[in-house]
Structures are given as structure tokens and as C-alpha cells.
Ligand binder design. Structure first.
Ligand code: NAP
Length: 251
């Protein structure tokens, strides 16, 4: 639904909204009164579960299957979301993948895929929505980086490069869109309990946990609460910022 005088509801487009942090973000933004466009790669069942959970909160939601690394698909997806909802107030670029490996053995394809989904995907979605953001003279872009993009991490050169790239992208676009009242920020989570981190061995989890001053992994809901704050009206004066949410891991 468009955000008109009769219908002041705003729409949030969340990439990677089917699972993990993205699903928690969809639910938190719905609780904040927004309608939700859930963008996902291929897990239809998970995406429809998110839609149903958002609808249970009384918001409107629709799922859009789209590989954000494909520029044409990202453009088509954004066009459809704009047609369905009439506008997008909040864009959350959260879709992300890992293909870990030490640099000496990292395959060209593993490097390219991670950069294409995490970094180019974020760029595709921002570019597809920029004109709409400029026309509406307001809105929020929130990009999911990672503490790994700030600190580096052995075995994750591709992922760390993609997440560091998101920091530069965020700050540049924040400067470009500030004059139109659009804020652009990045969030850098530490080690959060999701499918992505469930894939790690017990030994690696233990090692990470020892590096976290607060002594525990984070929850997707904690990251979602930060996204909801950045999307809220009181956060209107924050732009070009990178906010860590990591239990103190990268301080
Ligand atoms: P996750 O549980 O693995 O979920 C990944 C999400 O991204 C899924 O919704 C997936 O869709 C979607 N996705 C993957 N490739 C895509 C593509 N090409 N196009 C569109 N959507 C795509 O991940 P997560 O742990 O929630 O992480 C979410 C974000 O936070 C990522 O950017 C990640 O790098 C970042 N992050 C996570 C952690 C952590 O500890 N978990 C820490 C720092 C940063 P399908 O369900 O259809 O596959």
C-alpha cells in the first residue's frame, strides 16, 4: 500500500528477509507499523513463513524471489515492489553469503560470488531505488556489514572484502543522498546465532565466544532492534555511520 494521507503506512524492503537476521528485521519493522517486502534468494518456504508471521502482526507483506547479485533481477524486483506498495521508505540490504577458505586456496568463483551477492547486490538495490528515494525526499537505507569488514578474519578474505566495501559504499551514498533527507548507515554485527553461524564447528564457535567480552553470541532480534531504531524518526540525524553490535568483540 502506498503511504498516502489516507494510508500513512510505510513500506520496508528487506533483502534476505526469509531467514535469520532478515526475518527478525521484517518482524521488528512490522511491529513498528511498516508493511514489508520480503526479498529472498530461493527458500520459498522460509519466505512464506516470514510473510505469515508479519501478517499475524497486522501488517501487509509480500515475498519477492530475486537474486540481488543480478542487476536486471534487482531492477525488476524493485519495480514490482514500488507497483505493489506505492513506495519504499526503508531499504535494508541484508542478503549475504559466505564461501570461506584460506586465501592460498580460495577459488576465483568463491571470491566473485561473495562480492557479487554481498557488495554488488547492495549496490544494485540502492541504485534501483535511488530515484524513488530522491523523489520522496526522505527515507532510510540500512546496509548489513560485519565486524569482519572492520577487523579482517583469517579464512574470510572474500567476505571481509565485501563487508568492508559496504562501509565505503554506505559513506559515499550517505554523502550523495543527505541533501534529499535520506540517511544511509551500516550495521556491523559480530557473531549472531543464525543458519550462517550454525554451520561453524563447535571448536570455532568456542574460539569466537572467547573473543567476545560479553561472553555470548548475539541474537537476531538484537540486531533487528538496532535496524528499527535507525529506521525510526528519532534517528533522522544519524547518517554515514557504522554501528557495531558485537558484544564488544571489535572494540
Ligand atoms: P542467513 O541466515 O544465512 O540468511 C541469509 C539470507 O540471505 C536468506 O534470507 C537468503 O535467502 C538471503 N540471500 C542469500 N543470497 C541471496 C541472493 N543472492 N539474493 C537475495 N537474497 C539472498 O544469514 P544471517 O546470518 O541472517 O545474515 C544476514 C546478514 O547479516 C548477512 O549479510 C550477513 O553477512 C550479515 N552478518 C551476519 C552475522 C552472523 O553472525 N550471523 C554477522 C555479521 C554479519 P534464502 O532464504 O532464499 O536462501
Amino acid at each position: 500500500m502506498p503511504a498516502t494521507t489516507e494510508n500513512p503506512r510505510r513500506c520496508a524492503l528487506v533483502t534476505g528477509g526469509s531467514r535469520g537476521i532478515g526475518r527478525a528485521v521484517c518482524l521488528e519493522l512490522a511491529r513498528a507499523g511498516m508493511d514489508i517486502a520480503v526479498v529472498y534468494a530461493g527458500n520459498d518456504e522460509a519466505a512464506h513463513e516470514t510473510v505469515a508471521a508479519v501478517e499475524e502482526l497486522g501488517a501487509t507483506a509480500r515475498a519477492y524471489r530475486c537474486d540481488v547479485s543480478d542487476a536486471d533481477a534487482a531492477n525488476a524486483c524493485v519495480e514490482q515492489v514500488l507497483a505493489d506498495f506505492g513506495g519504499v521508505w526503508v531499504l535494508v540490504n541484508n542478503a549475504g553469503i559466505t564461501r570461506d577458505g584460506l586465501i592460498a586456496r580460495m577459488r576465483e568463483d568463491d571470491f566473485a560470488q561473495v562480492i557479487n551477492v554481498n557488495l554488488a547486490g547492495t549496490y544494485h538495490m540502492i541504485r534501483a531505488l535511488t530515484r524513488s528515494f530522491m523523489r520522496q525526499r526522505g527515507g532510510r537505507i540500512i546496509n548489513m556489514s560485519s565486524v569482519v569488514g572492520l577487523m579482517g578474519n583469517a579464512g574470510q578474505a572474500n567476505y571481509a572484502a565485501s563487508k568492508a566495501g559496504i562501509v565505503g559504499l554506505t559513506k559515499s551514498v550517505a554523502r550523495e543522498l543527505a541533501g534529499r533527507g535520506v540517511t544511509v548507515n551500516a550495521i556491523a554485527p559480530g557473531f549472531i546465532e543464525t543458519d550462517m553461524t550454525a554451520a561453524l564447528s563447535d571448536g570455532v564457535r568456542e574460539q569466537y565466544q572467547q573473543q567476545i567480552p560479553l561472553g555470548r553470541l548475539g541474537h537476531a532480534e538484537e540486531v533487528a532492534a538496532l535496524v528499527a531504531f535507525l529506521a525510526s524518526d528519532p534517528a533522522a540525524y544519524i547518517t554515514g555511520e557504522v554501528i557495531r553490535i558485537d558484544g564488544g568483540m571489535a572494540m
